[in-house]
Design a binder for this molecule. Structure first.
Ligand code: ADP
Ligand code: MG
Length: 327
């Protein structure tokens, strides 16, 4: 089982930033609105994520560390309309197979929190009491300590941390109602309060994408036949590393998709930004049953069940919104 977990870990745990992504997504699924991310040495020494979500019951702690034990999917039908970020039950067992993991959690109204540890082959699933407040902390130490070959592929501390920062920025743009705090080597790097107003929403965007983006962006909100596209599209006066500036979320999940890129590109070029790269932060919301998120290990690719419909919706939503501001 340990070997299988390590093989699966190759897909889920590529580097420290992928662990951060999986753990923060778990906190989202737990309904947390405050997440503290503590990193040491680019995540190779420590990744510690604390949330104030629903927590895990004492009796379910060992289950959470078992392979393919997810509390989020109960049937094949659920898999066809996944509403949570996680659904495979792979992250925690995979991480614990390549690092030393401690899971501490307390559910609402419990007398205390409970702690279990799993590192490599040693799995101590006998929960110990802990004073942790309601919510969950996952403490991941010494990444790849037992797989030296994979350790070698890690980059310099600075590079690994910058990957983490990128991941946290993407996650922060996906949940405005969640507050984030990112700490590296005891230094506070990023603090984002939960967003309460539209103005604060734009502040968060400015903090992440730069104020030059938001100052030159068109706000979009378009709805038709159960699909909604909202967000911001940058005007061509804005220029920065363009690749990094394309954020597209489907039901709160950042994705890359050819069909989406194509629709956006076409709308852009058609209207006013001839030959320019597009920059945007966009959110597509649609019925979960219309998106298959189970298409890729890292869950960054999706398949639309009505591809044509989605493409045409995106195109016309952008086309109309952009045409309104044509100079
Ligand atoms: P998945 O997210 O696909 O269900 P994971 O391995 O990421 O699988 O997590 C396993 C299980 O542990 C989850 O289904 C959930 O029940 C529980 N869990 C993990 N992290 C948290 C958290 N931060 N808060 C509450 N429950 C959690
Ligand atoms: Mg998960």
């Amino acid at each position: 089982a340990q070997l299988i977990n390590q093989i699966a870990a190759g897909e889920v745990v590529e580097r420290p930033s992928s662990i951060v992504k999986e753990l923060v997504e778990n906190s989202f699924d737990a309904g947390a609105n405050q997440i503290v991310i503590e990193i040491e040495q680019g995540g190779t020494r420590l990744i510690k994520i604390r949330d104030n979500g629903c927590g895990i019951d004492k009796d379910d702690l060992s289950l959470a560390l078992s392979r393919h034990a997810t509390s989020k999917i109960a049937s094949l039908q659920d898999l066809e309309q996944v509403a949570s970020m996680g659904f495979r039950g792979e992250a925690l067992p995979s991480i614990s197979s390549v690092a030393r993991l401690t899971l501490i959690s307390r559910i609402v109204n419990a007398d205390c929190a409970w702690r279990v540890c799993a590192d490599g082959s040693e799995r101590d699933f006998n929960p110990q009491p802990d004073p942790h407040p309601q919510g969950t902390t996952v403490d991941v130490r010494d990444l790849f300590y037992n797989t030296p070959a994979r350790r070698k592929f890690l980059k310099a501390e600075k590079t690994e941390f910058s990957h983490i920062e990128t991941v946290v920025q993407r996650l922060a743009l996906s949940r405005f109602n969640v507050g984030f705090s990112l700490i590296h080597n005891q230094k506070e790097i990023l603090t984002l309060k939960p967003v309460l107003s539209d103005a604060e929403q734009e502040q968060r965007i400015a903090g992440i994408c730069g104020s030059a983006f938001i100052d030159n962006a068109i706000k979009i909100d378009f709805e038709s036949a159960g699909l909604r596209l909202n967000g911001w599209v940058g005007l061509p006066t804005f220029s920065r590393s363009q690749q990094d500036m394309q954020f597209f979320y489907v039901n709160g999940r950042l994705i890359r998709d050819k069909l989406v890129s194509h629709a956006i590109k076409q709308a852009y070029h058609d209207v006013l930004f001839h030959g320019r790269h597009s920059v945007f932060v966009l959110y597509l919301t649609l019925d979960c049953a219309l998106v298959d998120v189970n298409a890729h290990p890292a869950k960054t690719e999706v398949r639309f069940r009505e591809g044509r419909l989605v493409h045409d919706f995106l195109f016309s939503a952008l086309h109309r919104s952009l045409a309104n501001v044509r100079p």
